[in-house]
Each structure stands twice: as C-alpha cells, then as structure tokens.
Design a binder for this molecule. Sequence first.
Ligand code: 8DG
Length: 332
Amino acid sequence: MPDSAVTFAPLETARFLLRPLRAGDAAELHRLVNDWEVAKTLARVPFPYPRDLADEWIASTAERIAANEAYHLAIARREDDVLVGCCGLTRDREDRSAELGYWVGRRHWGQGIAPEAAGRLARWALANLDIDRITASALVDNARSATVLARIGFRETGTGAQDFLSRGGAMPVRIFEAGRADLAPAPAAAVPSPEPAPGGKPILLVAAVGLIDPDNRVLLARRPEGKPMAGLWEFPGGKVHPGETPEAALIRELKEELGIDVTEACLAPFAFASHGYERFHLLMPLFLCRRWQGAVTPLEGQALAWVRPQKLAEYAMPPADVPLVALLRDFL
Ligand SMILES: Nc1nc2c([nH]c(=O)n2[C@H]2C[C@H](O)[C@@H](COP(=O)(O)OP(=O)(O)OP(=O)(O)O)O2)c(=O)[nH]1
C-alpha cells in the first residue's frame, strides 16, 4: 500500500514525532532491531531478523492503520527525523481494549524515550479510540520495561506466560494495565478552583447543556487528550467561574468551544447531576437548548456527535451523566 494511503496525523511529544513507518525506514529499523539486546525483549521479533522482514512489516503497518486495527509507529527525532525505535498499539474490539508495545534501539537507550513515546500513544488512544483500557506485558527478566510502564502510569495486575519468537518458546511475563484514571493528568489540574469544604470533598460546579437540533438529536462532545476522563463523551459545558451564574458560564463556554451564541432565555433548566468523584463532588445543572445563533463548530479540536436519544447509551460517558442520559431519553 502506498504511503499516501495512511492518513494518521503524527503525534508530537517534546522530543519526538510518532508517525507511520515508511519504506525508507526499513534499513535503519533493521539495523536497530536486529540486535539481540533488543530482539530478546520482543515477543513477535525473530532473531536474527531478516532484512526482508523489515519491508514486509512496514507495509503491513500501513494497512493495519488504514483498517483502524493497529497503530505501529516510528519514534522519530523531531529535529532530524532519525528513527530511534517503534511503539505500537493493537486493538481488541470485542473487549474495548488495546495492547501496547515499544522498543528503542540500543544506541538511544538511557534518554527516557520509551516512557515519552509510549505514554503519549497510550494517552492518545484512550482519548481517541473507543477503548477503556490498555494492557502491556514485560518479560520477568526485563526490569527496565516494567519501570517504563510504571512511569507511564500502568498498574501491575498479575503474571502469565507468552510465546517469544526470539527465545523459541513460552516465557514468564508480568502483566500491566492502565485505564483513564491511571493516565489522567495530575489531580491538581482536575480541580482548579473548588469551593472550600472543611472535612469533605470540594464541590465542583459545572454547567452543561443538551443542545437539541431540529431532528431531535442531542450534541455530545468528546473530552480531548490531556483532560481527565479523556475520550468519554459529554454534554458541552464547563466549570462555573467564581462570581458567574451557571447560565453565564454556559453562554461563555458555548461561544469558546462551539462558536455559537446562546441567550439566557433559550436555556431551559432540565435536571442536575450530583456525583462523587474521587477528588471532588460534582454538581452539574443540565439545561436544554433548541435555539442558538451560528454553526456548531469544534473550536478546540474536539470530536462532536449529534446523537439520537435512543443511541445515547452507546456512547461511553462520565459516570455522573448516566442518570441524565436516562432522563433525557425518556423526555425526548
Ligand atoms: N462539560 C461537562 N463536564 C462533565 C460532564 N460530566 C462530568 O462528569 N463532567 C465533569 C468532567 C470535569 O471533571 C468537569 C468539567 O470540567 P472541565 O475541565 O471539562 O471544564 P472546563 O471546560 O471548564 O475545562 P478547563 O477550561 O478547566 O480545561 O465536569 C458533562 O456531561 N459535561
């Protein structure tokens, strides 16, 4: 498949670009991976690694990205595009999960490349693919890889055995897993201005809206990478700032996030969510709105979906929203 068939937009980290592999990467990829110290840590890599296999594997990664099945990417230095390793995710659609893997060429070890690259790929995947958890494994004799997974935020969940081509058979592995809560930004970012609450959790006041179009469909927005609960779908809205009313907060948020103008008279109070998260208690009035000015536009790069009431339950949403979805479905 030609390179142009791959539409995956490269992911940036501070130092690297995670981009689809290209035919021109084959020689360097072969040089880096045909190294016992690297190959012995990888389940699906034979040793010695035939040169032709690099070409075949690169071609297969393009096909699997295009099919949205697996994302095996080059880790390339931003300043000179030099290939330093690979990281990849393979989806398991049945299970809403994906498996993470990575390797870095020996000459590039000791620079923290694996946590930077694999951590970005894992956070991107939870925010953009319909998955809820990521699994990974590390050979029991590969303490370095276990450290990388722990640095990204993975939890160790058990042990098992896995076939390793390079080792000629089954080997003992440590198994790791991460979900949204594990890879979320630091808690301080999640609660910037909570009400003081002596002895209890702070109350976070968030205003949200069910925008309803003439076909009776409801707008959901996907929480972007970098926010807590990234990848879940929510009602547009945001935190009520000190001194603001919920209505004023919504009018501001809808302008900032969706580029639409809403008046207070068009915001009808509908229901509220009251939900205890680990670090704060969310109090969220939900308004309904059928009239606004301007075209709904995702100004913050967030995915949007107009959803029929009967289909709302098919979208993974924050736990606070579950009772609201049931009320809204019955009402519409
Ligand atoms: N907007 C919205 N937030 C929700 C919903 N359900 C739910 O649990 N929340 C939670 C997620 C967050 O903890 C909080 C909203 O905070 P946020 O960080 O997204 O708000 P914001 O847009 O003001 O964000 P920022 O400017 O601080 O980045 O409310 C929902 O349906 N809509």
